[in-house]
Design a protein around this ligand. Sequence first.
Ligand code: 5RP
Length: 229
Amino acid sequence: MTQDELKKLVAKAAVQEILNLLPEHSLLGMGTGSTVNFLIDELKEYANYFSGVVSSSDATSQRLLSNGFKVLDANTVQSLPLYIDGADEIDPDGNMLKGGGGALTREKIVASLASQFICICDATKLVPVLGQFPLPVEVIPMASAQIQRVLEALGGQVRIRNSKVDPNLPFVTDNQGWILDVKGLAIENPLALETKLNQIPGVICNGIFAIQSANMLLVSAIDQVQKTI
Ligand code: 5RP
């Protein structure tokens, strides 16, 4: 199976999981990325089952709206029963590395409203230790050079992520931040590194999700989906 077929397979399984966990008229938190896009496609026939969806990016909001879902501003809800999202890497404890699509900050915000985090991915995302995938760090643009120096002093190799539209320009997030992609950091203790990076002035958010890790993992491999954590 191709990676896209595996993503579609886990998305289909996620629909059943969501419908089993949530009664009709529930709220839902939705992440960002190609796996989530497959999920939205699979879930669209149940769009009216939910009273509303809080989304983690402009891209996801647009896809939800065009598929008939009601999209709610995060400020209008007090809590969510469930947040569902993909990941770039996930370790056996449910710690994740996220932000390949640049939506890490809003993903963390929406996840923090939720009592349960379901991660959906294909088996290529399973790792024993986080850190092969470059760690995204969203920053206030005026702080990027100083943050780059701090991350290099920690042992990272840092690149400012480029725009896909014009590679001569930086990628700009939904929050007007820039993304520094950091290779070579040893993420032996995800909780400690997430906390440490949050302290650097000008860092908006980093892509380690250990303070709030996944409670449930749905992972597709070959032709089956496993539920773990
Ligand atoms: C976006 C993310 C995504 O969840 C992550 O990049 C996985 O994406 P995909 O489902 O396309 O493999 O964190 O910011």
